[in-house]
Ligand binder design. Structure first.
Ligand code: UT7
Length: 332
């Protein structure tokens, strides 16, 4: 019998309606549209504004999209893995709340935190569950309400991030489609350059941590940029090489959307032209764990059965990686 692979058989997405444009940010901090666009590629991002709404609401939107598209009985879902750095609460897991919201009451679920590489790490984990033969329907969802940890008086970070969610359904395949290979890496040196200082066991919340603004995201942009350019390009090139592929064999690169310049460097290193690179950073900014599935969601109709696709990410931790997929379906 052929080996079982984990195929993506559906993609869902959800973006909140409210737009925060570069022009809006110009009124909030000392910045300008030209700086933001030339340094990052971002023009606007979406913000989940309604009080009482959280990452689970974003994730629920993306998972419901899959359930409706596939006409899926939620009770058939075996597992939901949610990649996020902005869980609704430290516990219970946001995945459990999403499962409850969509009626997936036979599913087990958990959150996975690998920052901007979270979706890739969760995808590889979910794929292993399918490959083992034990589970038949696993949903991997990336959901981040980044606006909940962004300091809108800090121009170095508030222009970068947005809120969104994307999800994929994984099912077994025996015709060699699906997730073919994954190369994941992490290095704790990153803890000095990109972090949220307080709210965990090291610096529990206190009046002082709030006053010092330690519950917001901090990024030392330049070192992160240098690590990201090298990390994402190296790992993508290594993935191609160990699968005896060149850029010519690849239909699409689906890069994490943190900075257009990092995306360009990765595409160049892989020998890919711009037409083969999914880019929507201009509309959504950096949505952390949601960027990659959100691209798949937007480009779904242009993907064809048999297309070889590389997903690549770099994020806090540091974490980074690349995944090779043979796309399993033509969308109707
Ligand atoms: O997704 C997780 C991983 N994260 C990343 O991959 C992000 C990696 N880093 C980056 O993408 C870039 O470093 C940034 C986009 C964050 C920043 O771009 P940069 O080209 O590295 O700029 P910089 O931090 O070196 O700042 C250049 C100048 C500084 O002014 P001076 O010191 O030269 O006078 C900043 O103060 O730009 C200034 N600046 C701004 N000016 C206008 C910083 N933020 C802004 C702003 N508007 N929003």
């Amino acid at each position: 019998m052929n080996k079982i692979t984990a195929a993506i058989t559906a993609v869902g997405g959800y973006v909140p309606e409210t737009k925060l444009t570069n022009a809006d940010l110009e009124k909030m901090v000392e910045t300008n549209d030209e700086w933001i666009r030339t340094r990052t590629g971002i023009s606007e991002r979406r913000i989940l504004k309604e009080p009482g709404k959280a990452s689970s609401d974003l994730g629920t939107g993306a998972v419901m999209d899959i359930i409706q598209k596939k006409n899926l009985d939620p009770k058939e879902i075996d597992c939901i893995i949610c990649a996020t750095v902005t869980p609704d609460m430290l516990f219970p897991a946001t995945a459990n709340i999403i499962s409850y919201n969509v009626g997936a009451n036979n599913a087990f679920g958990f959150d996975l935190n690998a920052a901007c590489s979270g979706f890739l790490f969760a995808l590889t984990t979910g794929a292993s569950f399918i490959e083992s033969g034990r589970y038949k329907k696993v949903i991997v969802v990336g959901a981040d309400k980044m606006s909940s940890i962004v300091d809108y008086t800090d121009r170095t970070t508030c222009v970068l991030f947005g809120d969104a969610s994307g999800a994929v359904l994984l099912e077994p395949s025996t015709d060699e489609n699906g997730i073919l290979d994954s190369l994941l890496k992490s290095d704790g040196v990153g803890k000095n350059y990109l972090y949220q200082k307080a709210g965990g066991s090291l610096n529990p919340a206190s009046i002082e941590t709030v006053t010092r603004k330690e519950h917001f995201i901090f990024q030392d942009g330049q070192p992160v940029f240098k690590y990201a350019v090298k990390g994402m390009a190296d790992v993508s090139a290594e993935l191609l090489e160990r699968n005896n592929l060149t850029g010519n064999d690849i239909a699409w690169l689906v890069p994490h959307q943190a900075n257009l310049r990092i995306i360009d460097a990765t595409a160049n290193r892989m020998g890919l032209t711009k037409e083969k690179v999914m880019i929507n950073i201009q509309k959504y900014g950096n949505t952390t764990a949601a960027t990659i599935p959100l691209c798949l969601w937007e480009w779904e109709k242009q993907l064809h059965k048999g297309d070889k696709i590389v997903l690549a990410a770099f994020g806090g931790g540091f974490t980074w990686g690349a995944t090779l997929i043979k796309w399993a379906y033509d969308s109707k």
